[in-house]
Ligand binder design. Sequence first.
Ligand code: TMP
Length: 229
Amino acid sequence: MLITLEGIEGSGKTTQLGHMVDYFKTKGKDCVVTREPGDTEIGRKIRAILLDPENKNLDPMAELFLYAADRAQHIEERIKPSILSGKIVISDRFHDATTVYQGCARGLHPDIINRIHRIVLKDLKPDVTLLFDLPPEIGLKRAWQQVNAGTRTNTETRFEKEALSFHEKVRQGYLDLARHEPERFYVIDASLPEEKVTAAIINILNGMTWVRHKSGGARIEIKKKITDD
Ligand code: TMP
């Protein structure tokens, strides 16, 4: 079972991830928290290149392949073994981020992105994706406040430094994906106060029915969604 969290900078998904883990604990479900880029030892080195604000001339195609390399390592080393052992995996960003950041915002052709997804993901796809949506002016303001307060590192601000128009494209890209795959996506109004966002997420999680696979041991999958608000 793979749940992914997506959204622009400063959308609060990392904070909410902590609340999701608490929720699953109270339900007695084992979950593994992970992120892209940089959840593996190799991935951390790739992350340092990708997010370093000094790397201003990183070529978009090189950027795409670095994200793909991080993901390939992440899937093999972290995601697959966790899913096979029956855990719920919650990833702070996954392949949709490539579709919108490198595709919609950087402008790489969707055919290239989709080909890379097919190679790297094979048959793996998130079961559920929570999209934290808010206007980029608000998200970026929050992100820079965190950098200035020292709660977000200033050595990883390459994307925060992109123009507002770049972040608008990211936001619209995510919303388009959500419109095309309403079964997988839940769009959350991330401009609301933290506790209201948490309540919305818990409502979504409560609306899911979980079943254990008889043949596959402890694998947990969603049977149906009852509510999506
Ligand atoms: P974060 O860890 O603060 O979310 O930063 C990761 C950054 O990397 C964020 O700006 C989005 C960007 N990103 C991409 O451009 N493509 C991707 O495939 C992923 C996973 C992230």
